[in-house]
Design a protein around this ligand. Structure first.
Ligand SMILES: Nc1nc2c(ncn2[C@@H]2O[C@H](COP(=O)(O)OP(=O)(O)OP(=O)(O)O)[C@@H](O)[C@H]2O)c(=O)[nH]1
Ligand SMILES: [Mg+2]
Ligand SMILES: [Zn+2]
Length: 299
């Protein structure tokens, strides 16, 4: 009889798969193997055959959703994880300094993939998080300020994660693995120092790993990065990936308004009267330009 499993991690051509009888290693086999090598990702539900020896993944169940981003060194989409309830984007108040452009980009990617997103402000033991929290709350995102060092906010966040499948993303060094270790002790995911010279993380986590939680949910730890491309977003869809723009876009004078210099633009008006954060609007313009101009060198 075929067994079903949940993919927890991948290392090269081998996958760690959780089954009703325990965790085992499996390789792609048969039809599953013929498709491209990013075919199976963390969070996939798969069917395993039962040969003697190493288990084989022979089928992948249809996905509820998949988080995809553009690969820095390859054309096309790179799937990261599938079947997620929420993406949490982590931003540290300091060390490293928040990279708002990158954080907005990660939020847009979650929106474009139709996965609910939230913000975790980390390292609140270092300096005040008021401004940073306000920026994302006023954009309509749920925000959880936490400190892994003092424990502040961690229980609230753990309760919120509950029995859901939640992916942690964000720049290198913001504390994704540290947070996971705090919520689910005894793993432990390796964590890294912040480079004193460049105030950046050192890309300690190198591959996505899904960790079962005692409460029944799962957390996916992912590698941080310093840049990420957008994938598969139509320029005219971009404004709808900014939740605070959504109620405004239908009120622009022109139905094809790009919210740049058009007269009667409801988004720009909202920026002028202070209802939309100027830095979020600036982020929108940068991303729109990127989506409408030729691909960057590394794409
Ligand atoms: N002050 C303070 N430092 C923290 C906190 N959380 C994590 N750190 C430190 O931040 C550094 C980086 O933490 P990691 O958990 O490795 O960061 P990461 O986001 O997993 O980084 P990558 O795996 O490279 O993407 C470590 O030195 C942690 O000790 C916190 O709440 N407060
Ligand atoms: Mg990490
Ligand atoms: Zn407009």
């Amino acid at each position: 009889m075929a067994r079903r499993g949940l993919v927890l991690a991948r290392s090269g051509s081998s996958y760690r798969v959780a089954t009703a009888t325990g965790v085992l290693n499996a390789v792609l086999r048969g039809k599953a193997k013929q498709e491209d090598r990013d075919r199976v990702v963390v969070g996939d539900r798969v069917t395993l055959d039962r040969p003697d020896g190493v288990a084989g993944i022979v089928a992948i169940e249809p996905r509820r959703n998949v988080l995809e981003r553009r690969s820095p060194n390859r054309r096309g989409a790179r799937p990261v994880a599938a079947n997620l309830d929420r993406v949490l984007v982590l931003a540290s108040v300091a060390s490293p300094k928040p990279n708002l452009g990158l954080i907005d980009r990660l939020l847009v990617i979650a929106e474009a993939n139709d996965i609910p997103a939230g913000i975790v402000i980390t390292k609140i033991d270092l300096i005040s998080h008021a401004d940073l929290s306000h920026r994302f709350r006023s954009a309509g995102y749920p925000v959880w300020p936490v400190s892994v060092r003092t424990g502040e906010g961690v229980d609230e966040l753990a309760r919120e994660i509950g029995s859901h499948v939640t992916l942690l993303t964000g720049p290198s060094g913001v504390g994704k693995s540290s947070l996971l270790n705090r919520i689910q002790p005894g793993l432990p995911q390796r964590t890294g120092e912040i480079s004193a010279k460049i105030q950046r993380g050192k890309n300690t986590t190198v591959t996505a790993v899904m960790v079962p939680l005692e409460r029944g949910g799962y957390l996916v730890d992912t590698p941080g990065f310093s840049d990420v491309g957008l994938w598969g977003i139509e320029p005219r869809e971009l404004a709808r990936c900014f939740p605070e723009f959504r109620p405004l876009v239908d009120r622009c004078r022109f139905p094809d308004c790009q919210h740049l210099a058009e007269p009667g633009c409801a988004v720009r008006l909202a920026v002028e009267v202070g209802r939309v954060e100027p830095s979020r609007y600036d982020g929108y313009r940068i991303l729109l330009k990127e989506l409408t101009s030729s691909p960057r060198k590394w794409e």
